[in-house]
Write a protein that binds this ligand. Sequence first.
Ligand code: ACO
Length: 429
Amino acid sequence: MADSLTVTDNRTGETYEVPIADGAIRADEFGKIRVDDDSPGLALYDPGFVNTASCRSAVTFIDGEKGILEYRGYPIEQLAEHSNFLEVAYLLIHGDLPTKEQYERWEHEITFHTFVHENVKGFMEGFRYDAHPMGILMASVGALSTFYPESRNIADGDNRHMQIVRMIAKMPTLGAWAYRNAQGKPYVYPDNDLSYTANFLAMLFKMSERKFEADERLVKALDVLFILHADHEQNCSTNAVRSVGSSQVDPYSAVAAGVAALYGPLHGGANESVLRMLRRIGSKENIPAFIEGVKNGDEKLMGFGHRVYKNYDPRAQIIKKACDDVFEVTGVNPLLEIAQELEKIALEDDYFVSRKLYPNVDFYSGLIYEALQFPPEMFTVLFAIGRTPGWLSQWLELVQDKEQKIARPKQIYTGARGLDYVPTSERWA
Ligand code: ACO
């Protein structure tokens, strides 16, 4: 059996052999199919890239049918249990787990780049009191490109590394300050004695105490959440980073595009909707009526279903376990009981079973974030901090991939042609 496709163009009767490699065909092969020399080649129409691979990538593997997620080949379950976010960031960026020396150097580098230029503080203070922290984060990550103009030299490996370290290091500082801005509280400088995630919590919540030391169980839970969000192959924001990065702009500008994409409710905001839904349901007795409403198509069970996962989202399993650790410290979020009961009923109901609708990463994450005292606007900021190493590893792959070109999709033009301009003196007369 040949690895190829035989295509007959019924407009011309011509037959073409299109090679198949890695389960894909190259779209430009279809460009060779044309009616005559003057007409354009055949294009593929795929809004939302539902069935179009835009790159080769060795970063993240997902098998949605089986519920498998691996970073650089390592299962997410093992990384969440045994690793930490900084090590996972190293793994994503470098392609393998670090030796002891490599890890210590990496940790040192990241820790000592957590401070941002004082001018960043100045312009962050310029945002209005009610500015959304994601808007602030997007603007300030983009603005970092002006502080590090050398970052545009993306051909230089050492230079790329420097910017990657800076961005992973500074995201928590920017995210925490965006939060403090909304609270009208003074910004807290990084504490380099603390771990990556403990330092983030200190910058968020420290008040007058000399040292803020968060409960280790909460630090661990948030660290796990960062690991779970660290990459998810070619999702909307990663595609935004790659698309903008393909113009060879500096990585701060490319990552700012990723933050912008994540800001949208279809991408980063579902956990907030889960909380609103649970609050509306209010108590376990109201669940059957709610489920009936979902089955009648009146509304959706938020936090269920996924474009890729047609099985239990492996991240949801891990988060469910992390809930126990967090609630041991903070006390149980009363919405947990409703969520668990909802899940139990839904997983036994034929509507959900037949459609392969399982809890996704957002079903339980909002409950943890709320227990950690984060307001809903901050949920997506946490996602962005976790996703930064993923964005950067994908960006790194992009800029080193000889096959990549500037991202420039085709269109199917549906507008008017060849109109004659009518001067305003005639149109407005
Ligand atoms: N509640 C009830 N029914 C659902 C749900 C849900 N959450 N999700 C899908 N369905 C139904 C659809 O109505 C459809 O039913 P039908 O075949 O009778 O028409 C069927 O299941 C297939 O659903 P699609 O919409 O085709 O699935 P798609 O892959 O396009 O959508 C999505 C995936 C957007 C995640 C969807 O499941 C959804 O809206 N879920 C709720 C929102 C959510 O939790 N989003 C977070 C996703 S995770 C993330 O982005 C980080």
